[in-house]
Ligand binder design. Sequence first.
Ligand SMILES: *Cc1c(COP(=O)(O)O)cnc(C)c1O
Length: 432
Amino acid sequence: MDAASADHTHLWHPFTQQRGWVAEQPLVIERAAGTDLIDAQGRRYIDGVSSLWCNVHGHRHPRLDAAVRAQLDRVAHTTMLGLSHPPGIELAGRLVELAPAGLQRVFYSDSGSTAVEIALKMAFQLWQQHADAPARRRTRFIALREAYHGDTVGSVSLGGIDLFHSIYRPLLFDALRAEPGDAGDLERLLTAHGDEVAAVVVEPLVQGAAGMLVHPPGYLRSVRDLCDRHGALLIVDEVATGFGRTGRMFACEHEGVAPDFLCLAKGLTGGYLPLAATLTTERVYEGFLGEFEELRAFFHGHTYTGNPLACAAALATLDVFEEERTLEHVAELDAVLDEALESVAALPAVAEVRRRGLMCGIELAGFPLAWRMGHRVTLEARRRGAVVRPLGDVVILMPPLAIAACELRRLVDIVREAIIAATGEVALTAAA
Ligand SMILES: *Cc1c(COP(=O)(O)O)cnc(C)c1O
């Protein structure tokens, strides 16, 4: 059996209607180099979505490859439950140094979903262990409409994208919902429910999975101030925005915000291996201290938590940020994208282009769901040498930060041509 048929016979892909999947030939990626993916026939495609928003410095980066190999010569995996290891220890120190002030404790896990799930459970347990009875009534969470925090049940409870989340409602806890980008709405919620709220959870600056929904400047700052005023903790989910995506190492830095919990994953290992970290303050950490028999420990941990190979990749990723001055490069790409996207925004099929740093969403204008316009654009882009993946009818552009300016221009050109080809074709079919 060839790879394509074997895929169709045995695999079940994430976020995929398999009936549509098996009707098409799968693109099977065998290798990659820099910002290109290479298929079984040797064809190259620009990795336009950073292999699902996580690749940072490109594929097969010599520094990262060497770091993982060197760790492989020591040990591939050893547990964080009851033991420790050098790359995990060193990485925690580096993350604390980089993170906004006050975040001094690092709790590892393996995905963005678990990073958020951990923040959620820590915040909940912290209030439950509070000495004062009124504080123990803080059991609820405020999340934003259209929020996405991952696919485990706790993270889905915070999620606000009906398409993904509504079917599970009976299974989930009820979060209070605030309007994205509207500080007044959050203030109303906190005024009404403030003393029941354990924490407010936000994706800072940009709600990625919502289709790159960009908040107005100052919103995150207001969220922090409102949390302080109402005694609620602030959980910031930087799984998508972290590690340079918005032009700073963390999106929080744009507004001088230090959260109580910072959730990191995706770019943490440069897109090499699954690793996540939930950073928190000494104040939160101390709320879990006690005598053994008081049972105040945080009873949570995954088998591969803080995997050494992944930590080694993360350490090398942080080194490369310095060596290649990655954030300066992202700043240079800002002007390149501004100019290149003008001709995309001008297309009649495009309703809006939304962007912050290297997170960009191109929203196509009102096509029926059944036409799968975002998907059609993806197929046209693939023919022209780029891999992109849409969110519904929003075409996402989120290349590795290391992409060269000329490659970035080429990626935008390909996507522009792909939109014209896909939407023009449909306009003709509809007219006929
Ligand atoms: C991708 C994402 C997650 C989930 O991360 P996984 O590693 O896929 O579990 C959570 N929050 C945000 C903002 C994300 O973009």
